[in-house]
Design a binder for this molecule. Structure first.
Ligand code: S3P
Length: 171
């Protein structure tokens, strides 16, 4: 895969990083490192509970810790990075300097709005999910682009087809 060790999926909440990541991990015979799940495993608490009791800054620090841990894993892995990882310059630098192939799963915001309706780990979307997603997309678009080695559109594609497209551009 381009000689890179890890395959990292980035993109907005609802873009399908976890479900596409799960399929790719199975197809490639690799472990899936899902950063929200890693945060929950490490702390024994849910993303929502951390957010509610300790606030966003604590969550973001844990997010950075798990991203670095995932990128440092010895075994070539598929990494489903949390949507917010690109917000931190340190995280972007870690992605740029790591031996990873980074793919941005790009989705139309209307699709994201439909998909995020039952996301328990997304406290940012509790109020006005659509407005929040539109603003986030505007704020983050250039950052996803900055870290991406490749961009795959997920619109009108099944998980299977997105996984296939990711493999094609990573190959
Ligand atoms: C967030 C994305 C979520 C989760 C948290 C914040 C974000 O992960 O980490 O709710 O800021 O984009 P997913 O992208 O896996 O939904």
């Amino acid at each position: 895969m381009n000689g890179a060790k890890h395959l990292v999926l980035v993109g907005m909440m609802g873009a399908g990083k976890s479900s596409v990541g799960r399929m790719l991990a199975r197809q490639m015979g690799r472990p899936l490192l899902d950063s929200d799940e890693m945060v929950e495993e490490r702390t024994g608490r849910t993303v929502r509970a951390i957010w509610a009791s300790d606030g966003e800054a604590t969550f973001r620090a844990l997010e950075t810790e798990t991203l670095i841990a995932a990128l440092s894993a010895d075994e070539p892995s598929v990494v489903a990075a949390a949507g917010g990882v690109v917000m931190s310059e340190a995280n972007r630098a870690a992605l740029a300097t790591s031996d990873a192939h980074v793919v941005w799963l790009l989705a139309d915001v209307d699709l994201l709005v439909e998909r995020v309706k039952n996301g328990m780990h997304r406290p940012l979307l509790d109020a006005d999910p659509e407005g929040t997603l539109r603003a986030m997309h505007r704020d983050r678009e250039a950052l996803y682009k900055e870290v991406a080695d490749a961009i795959v559109s997920v619109d009108h594609r099944s998980v299977h087809d997105v996984a296939k497209a990711v493999l094609r551009c990573a190959g």
